[in-house]
Unconditional design. Structure first.
Length: 575
């Protein structure tokens, strides 16, 4: 969310420059599910896959590549490639393959925007990508060679003007192409450090230490396999309240599966344990508004001034502390005309008594809260829970616009949920780029906490053109932009009740992307009932769609509450 009127966020400017240009690549990369490992008989056809021999067998554009000893995913070396100017730091290798064969392309990346792909397949070239990542993350997809294809080109690259990226352990597993390659993997070691990171009345969250050479992990509950994941955390859902379960985990790769880890016991919470807030449940269709704890030219408000059409009020924003991951909240009394902490707390209680929810928002345009290890995840959960107890907040909103770590943000929110109970409200406000693919860390986090997540109100502004779920490019400012991008979330695994449309309340509220309330209403009608659509019409309707969000209640007030008056009434009138 913007702090200042009319100034797009850095992410918004960047996306405008490249989103349309990479649309075809993203339509493959963003919407393709990660593939499983190849069979044990297959080989890795990539040579010098772990960069242990420097850049041997690899060619990088404009001298952009080098090898480093840290960070590495495994072994003693990894690739570091740095984009500069009009160069995206692409590094390639020609890999021998067999015709009419299926291969799994995989690699581990870290750092700036990172891409992994293959060209020259003779069929459909594929790729995968991820935005900035502070930890190693696996990219994976599959491809099939054509009838006369004997070699393909594997590539990694970053993005113009962005930070350097790192790559390691690149593989093309499949039939031996005869060109040599790295040895086939061995069965990975048994995972260690398995622990329970959070519980609810129906789920147990687990985390463990990663194993070198593993491409995935299997999770077992009471001896039976219940899920498979690629990361080092998982949430087992569908459990009975107040019940103990035993869990183990194994590591897998193309060579096989490790022995089971030491077991841990997780006990689900009792049903109906209380949370940080009070009052009635949210309505089926809800409106979210951000309330500004600062004066940036919009109408200054007390919480009591926020119209009743807002069902969830996100207080923007919490502040980072010197403790990693921890946050605090400082009411800007002087900037808000002498609004006192006691008045603020009383207004929260009054809103809750009227059936509304008030949450504390973390992040914003300039937010720098970083949750990138278990300690910072614990600090985050403890500090947010403390704010809930101090002020009476019903939950938390995640609006981190400078990247997040899915593993540890999941751990943090699970831990918070175990403290606050089933009434906890969790909302998220990712940018459009964050929800283009289920492989993106924001999308992964949302799916990881799906059983405790309230709503994702993606920001359909300050983004430029983006892909819809049909693989076509849509420009912001239209009904199609809203419906075709919402479709990605709806098809990607979020429940309709967890999807909301986030728009600016006025032209002053964002650098670009404002649409009139009638456009928002048409998009809501299109998604819920199949009416008032533009050129894109979803394949099915989603009558349980949660609703809409705006930045901000203050900018809405500056425009005479035109947004909430129209969209609010329309949302609440949805069947």
């Amino acid at each position: 969310m913007d702090h200042a009127p009319g100034i797009p966020r850095p992410h918004g400017r960047r996306i405008t420059l490249w989103s349309a240009a990479t649309a075809l690549a993203l339509s493959v990369a963003g919407l393709t599910a990660a593939a499983g490992p190849a069979s044990a008989a297959d080989v890795n056809n990539v040579r010098n896959a772990g960069y242990e021999s420097g850049l041997s067998d690899w060619t990088c554009t404009a001298g952009s590549g080098t090898t480093v000893s840290s960070p590495v995913h495994s072994g003693s070396a990894a690739l570091k490639a740095t984009p500069a100017g009009q160069d995206d730091a692409q590094c390639t290798q020609t890999v021998a393959v067999q015709p009419n064969s299926t291969y799994t392309l995989s690699g581990w990346v870290q750092g700036g925007y990172s891409y992994l792909g293959v060209t020259g397949t003779g069929t459909t070239d594929v790729s995968a990508w991820t935005p900035d990542s502070t930890t190693w993350k696996q990219l994976s997809t599959t491809f099939t060679t054509g009838a006369s294809t004997t070699s393909v080109t594997v590539y990694t690259h970053g993005w113009y003007g962005q930070a350097a990226y790192y790559a390691d352990d690149v593989s093309v597993y499949g039939p031996d192409g005869g060109g040599g390659g790295d040895p086939a993997p061995t069965v990975p070691a048994t995972p260690s450090g398995l622990s329970v990171s959070g519980t609810t009345s129906s789920s147990v969250s687990l985390a463990w230490t990663g194993v070198s050479g593993a491409t995935g992990y299997n999770v077992y509950r009471d001896g039976a396999k219940v899920t498979a994941v690629t990361g080092t955390s998982a949430t087992v859902t569908g459990l009975t309240a107040a019940t103990s379960y035993t869990f183990q985990v194994t590591a897998t790769n193309a060579a096989g599966e490790s022995a089971k880890s030491a077991s841990v016991t997780g006990t689900t919470a009792s049903a109906g344990t209380g949370g940080g807030g009070t009052g009635a449940a949210l309505p089926k269709h809800a409106v979210t508004g951000y309330w500004q704890n600062f004066n940036n030219g919009a109408t200054v408000q007390k919480l009591s001034d926020v119209p009743s059409s807002y069902d969830i009020i996100a207080v923007a924003f919490a502040d980072a502390t010197s403790t990693p991951g921890a946050v605090t909240f400082n009411l800007d009394s002087s900037g808000l005309g002498g609004y006192t902490v006691d008045q603020f707390k009383a207004d929260i209680k009054a809103k809750q008594a009227a059936g509304k929810k008030v949450v504390i928002s973390i992040g914003g345009q300039n937010g720098t809260v970083s949750i990138n290890d278990s300690a910072s995840a614990t600090n985050f959960a403890n500090s947010v829970y403390s704010l809930m107890q101090t002020y009476g907040f019903d939950g938390v909103d995640i609006d981190l616009e400078n990247g997040l770590d899915a593993t540890y943000m999941t751990q943090a929110l699970r831990s918070l949920s175990s403290k606050a109970g089933s009434s906890l409200i969790i909302t998220m406000a990712p940018q459009t780029i964050d929800m283009q693919s289920t492989s993106n860390t924001y999308f992964q986090t949302a799916l990881n906490i799906k059983d405790i997540l309230t709503v994702v109100n993606m920001q359909y502004y300050n983004s430029g053109s983006m892909l819809g779920c049909d693989g076509k490019v849509y420009s912001q400012g239209s009904v199609d932009f809203l419906t075709a991008l919402a479709c990605i979330q709806l098809q990607g695994g979020l429940a309709p009740s967890q999807v909301g449309l986030g728009l600016p309340a006025s032209t002053s509220a964002a650098g670009s992307g404002y649409v009139s309330p009638s456009v928002v209403n048409n998009a809501l009608d299109c998604l819920t009932a199949g009416t008032n659509c533009g050129s894109f019409k979803p394949s099915k309707t989603y009558p349980d769609l949660r609703g809409a969000m705006t930045w901000s209640t203050n900018w809405d007030a500056s425009a005479g509450n035109a947004w909430s008056g129209s969209v609010g009434a329309h949302v609440h009138a949805l069947p």
